[in-house]
Structures are given as C-alpha cells and as structure tokens.
Design a protein around this ligand. Structure first.
Ligand code: DAT
Length: 172
C-alpha cells in the first residue's frame, strides 16, 4: 500500500472545512474524518459547557480513537481547533479564512445567534485558529487559504490535489 499524507483542515466554524474536506476526499481517495461527528458518535465528551450550551470534547479519547488511522496515513482531519492533536500526525495544515460579513451570514444561516455567533466571528477576526496552528505546528507546513467563494473552493481543491499527488510521488 502506498504511503499517503495526513492533512489537517482547520479554521473557525463556518469557514468551509467540511465542504472542502469531503470534496477533497472524494477527489483523492483520502479518508475524511470530521472530529465533531466522531466525538458525537462515540460520545467522546467530558462535561458540558454552559456558556456555549455544548458538550466539551474529551481530547485524550479523541486522540486515542484516531491514533491507528493516523499512523496508517491518508487521512483528512476536519476540526475547528488544532492544538489537541500530536504534531507528528500531520504533513500539512490548512487554515481556511473567511471575510467577517460572509462568515457572519453563514453562521446566522446555520442558526447561530447571540454570544455564540459573536464569539465565532470574533475568533475569525482575531485569527485565533491561525495563531494556534502556528504555535502547534512547524510554520512551514501551515498554510492559510481564502474561503469566500466557489472559485476559492475550486482553487483550493486544485492546489491541495496537486500537493497530495506530489507528496505521494516523493514518498513512494
Ligand atoms: P465548516 O465545516 O468550516 O463549519 P462548512 O463546510 O459547513 O464549514 O461551510 C459553511 C457554509 O458555508 C455552508 O453553507 C457552505 C458554505 N461554504 C463553504 N465553503 C464555501 C466557499 N468557498 N464559498 C462559498 N460558500 C462556502
């Protein structure tokens, strides 16, 4: 079996990780893993956040759950955080970025309101996830990508597919 890279797709909720990740998976054959869904399915939670009215991720159990798959390679991980994963897992990290107004509209359409909506838009304004990624991974594997339009999506996909193909050539 050919060696294949692991990719982390991260960024504020609503920037387009799931849309991009699923399409990248279908075009490359890499396995797409949505950490939010994985946690939900396995109930990998440790408490409840009253402020945000959502369960708190049990990070250790998430990491344990994914370890074997990541070791094998060929996984696209989608999550709105990035410092919970071991650095060694990823060969490249993409941080998707969306303009504030655009993000606001997407999150509102998703049913976010009040503090949850405000805090997520602020998270994007303050580049919180980008900074988290820069601290958690070697800066030369962290790439920011604009994710505002269908054209951005297509351009990002093309660049990523090219990178995946090159990586596979170089490592096999
Ligand atoms: P995330 O997984 O980061 O929370 P998503 O993939 O669910 O985001 O996308 C949120 C919404 O934005 C969804 O309605 C699809 C839309 N969207 C995603 N990428 C886009 C893009 N590049 N251009 C326009 N809309 C996009």
């Amino acid at each position: 079996m050919a060696k294949r890279p692991n990719i982390l797709l991260t960024g504020t909720p609503g920037v387009g990780k799931t849309t991009l990740g699923k399409e990248l998976s279908s075009r490359t054959g890499l396995t797409y893993v949505n950490v939010g869904d994985l946690a939900q399915e396995g109930q990998l939670y440790d408490g409840f956040d009253e402020d945000y009215q959502c369960p708190i991720l049990d990070e250790d159990r998430v990491v344990d759950e994914l370890e074997d798959k990541m070791e094998e390679g060929g996984v696209i991980v989608d999550y709105h955080g990035c410092d919970l994963f071991p650095e060694r897992w990823f060969h490249i990290v993409f941080v998707l970025r969306t303009d504030n107004t655009q993000l606001y509209n997407r999150l509102e359409a998703r049913g976010y309101t009040g503090k949850k909506l405000q805090d997520n838009v602020q998270c994007e304004i303050f580049q919180t996830i980008l900074e988290e990624a820069m601290e958690a991974y070697s800066e030369d594997i962290v790439h920011q990508l604009p994710s505002n339009s269908p054209e951005d999506l297509e351009r990002n996909l093309e660049q990523m597919i090219q990178w995946v193909e090159q990586w596979i050539k170089d490592h096999n």
